[in-house]
Design a protein around this ligand. Structure first.
Ligand code: DGL
Length: 271
């Protein structure tokens, strides 16, 4: 039955596990198949053409797993390749940008929104275009924070260096006086405590994973694809490389222990 198929989720690496965590708390009965392209991370500093190729391969791999919906749990791929993915595959596809932009637009009271993301997401102005389309009177200030991904992957969630780098990156947001900051990369929720400390407690952080999890629920409802099961869903994890410390980090991102992770060769499987 269509409804009982899993939801496919992919990211360039393990950042998308923060999105899996959110989907699982919204939709605990759903089965989830995750693919993290850990051999080729980071995507955020690569060219648009490469990011599109990788995104199509990642999606193809998950399509072989017979999924009912696809979540692109990578802002970088969502900002560049979502239209190609939607035209290629005939299932509901949920990206990160629209839900995060909508949540930020609705939340901001003083109409000053900050966005942080990878170089690619920021240079493509993925969020600012969407936010301004929602409400042209909103002011959006975007900044790439490329060092946040390696800091998150290192598990340096509260390290002194993380505070110092966050201060450097986020200083200008304080001067501008934003009241809302979009965490436009799925790795960043891991560093949320430091980011919140640096921007101040009055700034609302928008976790694009929470916004996307709400959209997944809406889409599954719309297409009558919500599972009928009552039991807690199964989760399976595939990666293109198993780096050192992988399990420890994956558990940090996911917020719970994981049992098995399988390594696959995405290029030879998807040709
Ligand atoms: N997790 C990816 C994102 O949401 C960024 C990591 C990368 O650069 O590959 O954009």
């Amino acid at each position: 039955m269509e409804k009982e198929k899993p939801i496919g989720v992919f990211d360039s690496g393990i950042g998308g596990l923060t999105v899996v965590k959110r989907i699982a708390s919204y939709l605990p009965q759903e089965d989830i198949v995750y693919f993290g392209d850990t051999a080729r991370v980071p995507y955020g500093s690569k060219s648009n053409d490469t990011i599109i190729d990788y995104g199509l391969q990642d999606a193809k791999f998950l399509m072989h797993k017979n999924i009912k919906a696809l979540v692109v749990a990578c802002n970088t791929v969502s900002s560049i390749a979502l239209d190609q993915l939607k035209s290629r595959f005939d299932i509901p596809i949920i990206g990160m940008i629209d839900p995060g932009a909508r949540m930020a637009s609705l939340h901001s009271k003083n109409k000053k929104i900050g966005v942080i993301g990878t170089r690619s997401t920021i240079s493509n102005q993925a969020y600012s275009k969407k936010i301004k389309r929602n409400d042209p009177s909103l002011y959006v200030f975007e900044r790439a924070c490329p060092l946040f991904v390696p800091l998150a992957e290192e598990g340096w969630t509260k390290h002194k260096a993380t505070y110092e780098i966050a201060e450097e990156y986020l200083l200008e947001f304080g001067k501008i006086g934003i009241d809302t900051l979009v965490l436009g990369c799925t790795h960043y929720p891991i560093l949320a405590e430091v980011i919140q400390y640096v921007v101040g407690k009055d700034v609302k952080l928008i976790d694009s994973g929470i916004a996307a999890a709400e959209s997944v629920k809406e889409e599954l409802e719309r297409y009558n694809l919500l599972t009928n099961k009552f039991a807690i869903g199964n989760q399976s994890f595939f990666v293109s490389d198993i780096p050192m410390k992988f399990k420890e980090l994956a558990e940090l991102f996911l917020g719970r222990p994981i049992s098995e992770v399988q390594k696959i060769d995405v290029e030879s499987l998807t040709g």
